[in-house]
Ligand binder design. Structure first.
Ligand code: 5AD
Ligand code: SF4
Length: 480
């Protein structure tokens, strides 16, 4: 443990040194041209990736880059996702476009990072068909970005063919957690905080354990210190991030549970709201339900992926709970936190799914009455056990079930939405409404959106709002 800490600290010091070297270099350029270099990141996928993009931004800003909102930039990065096939296709589409842009922008850099890069076949395809890409890195070595830029700049003078100048640095896995590098945050009042990286669950359809590596928890000390600093800087809401936050702390010595971590975060002055994502039903402990029940700060929203309502399929999916376990868990959560909002993820068309299996999913959907559900068509991911199962469901059958599921979810949520209509609720004001500048947009503790007239100066504050009218997915309110 001690040794690992030392290695991580040495690595952070080394990277900071390289960041400073580049900063001097870029500043010399600025002195000559009077123009800062610009960067643009396109982020695909989940909140983990969004948080990683903030870390990338932190390093780039420290070097001297300025953010810009289009790909017509000096440095374009794609932070990729590979959880489903369609995310991959979108990246190749963008690459074609940016490759053409690069022809008219000498010196432009293009980098690819994130989950898709952890797949050998993807990287081979890029080397072959997109040789203009400058840097490829993965999910385990974001902290090395400055070093990779430096190497790419050095290659400019040493190699001839463009494809030989490409810097590729991919790690299969790591136990390193490098702390204290520059850090950029999108919002001043709410922040994502990583608590556990990777995933050990190997659900049979999922590629995440292969591309994000084994589970590693950050030390409670580092997490608490980060949140205390955030609170000092004015952050009122934290979102604790992990593929499976409920297994937080299992690899720490001494072990710490997620519930214990939450209790420590609860004590931090200035933090008013605590959210977390994602919870695996198999690891959601009685201790955690108890902590949620008595907490004043944990938000009344739980995202609890179901994936399927069929116990038979859940077993093949390697989810380690049954339909009955899930329903029982929901009952216990609702008993402890009566007004909690529940959301979920559901996959339709997993190999071997029969109409009966699908009806079991529909049954859970009706029984739980989720506030909202993300539904996905099963997507075959190379390397996962499900991809070689010989009973793949025909696309047209899966699509037809998907449409029925979506219709059911919409019908149920339109009946049950608006539970808080005509009440006064606390709202964290997040931004000026993107469609109407006279309106502000904020969120209730249960994550529902509220639009109401108000002044921009309220952004970042938690205020009481009367919910005048429910519009299904959001409320129209007024300040009280
Ligand atoms: N096909 C479809 N959906 C998937 N998910 C993960 N892997 C796949 C796949 N191969 C969904 C799960 C998970 C969410 C983030 O993505 O529902 O909870
Ligand atoms: Fe994928 Fe399962 Fe891990 Fe979630 S818990 S990231 S679905 S393997």
């Amino acid at each position: 443990m001690e040794n690992t800490t030392n290695i991580n600290e040495l690595e952070a010091a080394k990277q900071l040194e390289i960041i400073n070297e580049l900063k001097v270099l870029y500043n010399q350029d600025y002195q000559k041209t009077g123009i800062n270099k610009t960067y643009h990141i396109v982020t695909f996928g989940c909140q983990m990736n969004s948080r990683d993009s903030e870390k990338i931004s932190g390093i780039l800003k420290q070097i001297g880059y300025e953010e810009t909102d289009s790909e017509d930039a000096d440095f374009v990065l794609y932070n990729t996702c590979t959880v489903r096939e369609n995310a991959n296709n979108r990246v190749f589409g963008r690459l074609g476009y940016v490759g053409r842009l690069k022809k008219s922008r000498p010196g432009m850099l293009i980098a690819l990072c994130g989950c898709m890069m952890q797949e050998t076949t993807t990287v081979e395809k890029i080397k072959e068909s997109y040789p203009f890409v400058d840097i490829i890195f993965g999910t385990h070595n974001i902290f090395k970005l400055a070093e990779l830029i430096k190497t790419r700049l050095e290659n400019e003078h040493t190699s001839r063919k463009h494809s030989d100048k490409m810097v590729i640095d991919l790690w299969k896995d790591t136990d390193m957690i490098v702390e204290n590098l520059p850090n950029e945050r999108k919002y001043s009042f709410k922040a994502g905080v990583n608590i556990v990286f990777g995933c050990n669950n190997f659900c049979s359809y999922c590629i995440v354990p292969y591309v994000r590596g084994r589970e590693r928890s950050r030390s409670p000390k580092d997490i608490i210190n980060e949140i205390k600093t955030l609170a000092d800087e004015g952050v009122v809401e934290v979102m604790l991030l992990g593929q499976n936050v409920n297994s937080y702390g299992k690899n720490l010595n001494p072990q710490v549970t997620f519930a214990e971590l939450l209790e420590e975060i609860e004590k931090i002055d200035g933090i008013e709201r605590i959210r977390f994502m994602t919870s695996h039903p198999k690891d959601l402990s009685r201790e955690l339900i108890e902590v949620m029940g008595k907490s004043k700060k944990i938000c009344k929203h739980l995202h609890l992926p179901l994936q399927s309502g069929s116990s038979r399929l859940l077993k093949i999916m390697n989810r380690k709970y049954t339909k009955e376990d899930y329903l029982d868990l929901v009952d216990r959560i609702r008993a402890a936190v009566p007004d909690i909002s529940l959301t979920t993820d559901i996959i339709v068309g997993f190999p071997g799914e029969t109409e009966e299996d699908f009806q079991e999913t529909m049954d859970v959907v009706r029984k739980v009455n989720f506030d909202s559900a993300f539904t996905f068509l099963y997507s075959k991911r190379t390397g996962t056990p499900a991809s070689t199962m010989d009973n793949q469901v025909e696309e047209s059958v899966a699509k037809e079930r998907f449409d029925r599921l979506l219709a059911e979810i919409q019908a149920l949520s339109s009946k049950s939405s608006g539970r808080d209509e005509h009440t006064i609720q606390e709202v964290l004001v997040e931004e000026v409404n993107s469609h109407d500048e006279n309106l502000l947009t904020g969120r209730l503790s249960n994550n529902m959106l509220v639009h109401f007239p108000g002044d921009e100066s309220l952004i970042g504050k938690i205020i009481p709002v009367h919910l005048n009218e429910s519009k299904g997915f959001y409320y129209i309110g007024s300040q009280v």
